[in-house]
Write a new protein. Structure first.
Length: 578
RNA sequence: CGGGAUGUGGCUCAGCUGGCUAGAGCGCUGCGUUCGGGACGCAGAAGUCGGAGGUUCGAAUCCUCUCAUCCCGACCA
């Protein structure tokens, strides 16, 4: 491709709306153009990268026996009612009606559709296992789109769905995809890690891993232990709380203190002039609308509702309303405490209470707190569990080393779904023994458009993007120093044509611009292999080959240029595959 | 949906204690000089000052409402 014949609107300065580096660089490099919040035009360059990423995905999934199909983005509401997800996913679905007032949604994902397909067209165990995937536009009514392509209302996703005869078979499918994902992300030049994750509205709390690229703009928090390798999403990361920072004083018995208008931890700690870890926070929850719980946690920790939900094995969990709290504790909001509360509801204590004594708690009496409260002595602690959100410095449950918290972008997610959808949508086959059996499912997503952001976040420098050659919009760029110079033009075109024949995806900057201008543009859009052809070199019968990544420069004789470029490309690709 | 910020040529921004034909840099068009890391000169085109209402002799500037965008939070595959 010649630069003058494509459309690459570069910008010297980044539009002020872009904060994230990846967003800025993709805007400046002419990869995307915003249409509205969370909606982007993929310009020719951005579109090419999407194609390249999709190509890598297709290649790898092909190796693993997955088959591609395409499904409607527009889906009838009824199928979502059948699966029960109309209820659970309503808020994020884009809803529309046709002229007959029939209700539709723009699909946020396709589990229902694929399962229905399998239910209708697959009848025998002989046809299984099956592993389908699609690369398509999906829609979510995001509360807040962010960081360019990281979180958009309309985005491109690869979604895969496996169907097996047994949990054991599904386990194998899951493992295969897990492996394939590493291959895909590595080939795209992304340092990715798999972390244990929550299944959210997708599954039933079964096995699930997220693939995360660590970056400061990530939306997900990952808990990582560098010594034993444990890593999990903060949403479910296990941890051993750190002990309290100071020695506990004496063994005074608990004592009622008048604390007018001190409700929040800040207000109460100011009142007592005590550190937050001296407090026991007492939170009242309602599980599945029928059980009232008091959850106790040390003042410096937060309750992790996902962990709590898993511990309770309940479907729904919510904080109690002020009215319910008053009813349970006999005090207005802000003065709940564990002492004598077990008469009103079940007490669940977080592990962080285990090293605490002489604590401060609400007294279940408006405007009063207790001090010198000892867990176990002043209230029973029959149930202790790890239900707090992990913090930097907590100990790893496996090896005891300190845990680290990192931000990352979720680029992939694999779920073991079991029979959740196949039962609801009645996808079953006749087995060898003649009996019918529901299929066991897994699903596997990759945020394709989001991957562009993630790749740029982990592959850039002060000058611009540095695309891994596997996904770069062009593999090689030829920058003639002065294209109007006869000899330069002839040699540039000769090499350009020769490389094209060799299937090199190549961009020739044939613009009538000053060299510095062209060099800057080339670096900004991030083409990994740069070829510079100019009079100076031609006088010595050489051209220069530079690597965008580290700037290494090789001068090669004219007649070796094509061969050397091919070799350079091969080496770059090899590194990504290895 | 709560908190914060910002809206002035395509992009970045100045002007904002009210005062004449609204400015700069980059970009764009033409001409000339240049040409190995975002050149220079001259000439030019381009702005409903986000929108509506109000105060005033007079509003980009003050007030009210509204819309849009971004950031933090809530939520989320």
């Amino acid at each position: 491709m010649r630069w003058s014949q494509t459309f690459i609107p570069t910008l010297k300065e980044a539009p002020k709306d872009a904060e994230a580096v990846s967003h800025q660089l993709m805007l400046r490099g002419g990869f995307i153009q915003p249409l509205s919040s969370g909606l982007y035009i993929y310009l020719p360059l951005g579109n090419k990268v999407l194609d390249k990423v999709s190509r890598v995905i297709r290649e790898v999934l092909g190796e693993y026996g997955a088959i591609e199909l395409s499904m409607p983005a527009l889906q009838p509401k009824s199928i979502w009612e059948r699966s029960g997800r109309w209820e659970t996913m309503q808020d994020i679905m884009m809803k529309i009606r046709d002229r007959e007032e029939k209700e539709f949604i723009l699909g946020p994902t396709h589990e229902e559709i694929i399962t229905d397909l399998v239910a209708r067209r697959v009848f025998s165990y002989r046809q299984l296992p099956l592993n389908f995937y699609q690369i398509q536009t999906k829609f979510r009514d995001e509360l807040r789109p962010r960081f360019g392509l990281v979180r958009a209302k309309e985005f491109i996703m690869k979604d895969g769905y496996s169907f097996d005869l047994s949990p054991a078979g599904a386990e194998i499918s899951y493992q295969k995809m897990y492996e394939a994902y590493f291959k895909i992300f590595h080939r795209c030049g992304m340092p990715v890690e798999a972390v244990q994750a929550d299944t959210g509205a997708m599954g039933d709390g079964g096995k699930s891993h997220e693939f995360i690229v660590l970056t400061p703009i990530g939306e997900d928090m990952v808990v990582k232990c560098f010594s034993c390798g444990y890593s999990a999403n903060l949403e479910l990361a296990e941890r051993k709380p750190k002990g309290v920072p100071e020695k506990q004083e004496g063994d005074k018995s608990h004592e009622l203190v008048h604390t007018p208008n001190a409700r929040t931890i800040e207000e109460v700690s100011a009142f007592f002039n005590a550190q937050v870890w001296k407090f026991i926070k007492t939170l009242i929850y309602i599980a599945d609308e029928n059980e009232k719980l008091a959850v106790l946690i040390r003042g410096d920790y937060e309750v992790n509702e996902i962990k709590l939900k898993r511990y309770l094995k309940c479907q729904q969990l919510r904080m109690a309303t002020p009215g319910e709290i008053e009813k349970a504790t006999g005090a207005s909001v802000g003065f709940a405490g564990p002492v004598q509360l077990n008469r009103a509801c079940r007490l669940i204590a977080d592990l962080s209470l285990s090293t605490l004594s002489q604590a401060i708690t609400g007294a279940n009496k408006t405007d009063h707190h207790y001090q010198h409260v000892n867990p176990g002595r002043d209230f029973e602690m029959n149930e202790m569990a790890d239900i707090g959100t992990a913090m930097e410095g907590d100990a790893c449950v496996r090896c005891g080393s300190a845990l680290n918290l990192k931000r990352g972008i979720e680029v992939g997610h694999v779920f073991f779904l079991g029979e959740k959808y196949t039962r609801k949508l009645d996808a079953k086959v006749v087995m060898q023994d003649g009996n019918e059996s529901h299929l066991v499912m897994g699903c596997y997503g990759i945020g394709v458009s989001r991957m562009l952001s993630a790749i740029v976040e982990s592959n850039h420098d002060g000058q611009g993007i540095i695309w891994p050659v596997s996904v770069s919009p062009f593999e090689v760029i030829i920058t003639p120093v002065d294209f109007s110079d006869e000899r330069t033009r002839v040699e540039s075109l000769r090499i350009y044509e020769a490389l094209k024949i060799q299937n090199v995806d190549i961009l020739l900057d044939d613009r009538d611009e000053r060299p510095g201008f062209k060099f800057k543009d080339a670096d900004l859009i991030g083409i990994p292999i740069k070829v510079i052809i100019g009079k100076k070199g031609l006088d010595k019968n050489i051209v220069e080959i530079l690597l965008r990544k580290d700037g290494t420069k090789t001068e090669v004789p004219l007649d070796k240029a094509v061969q050397t470029i091919l070799e350079t490309k091969r080496l770059c690709l090899e590194k990504l595959n290895g």
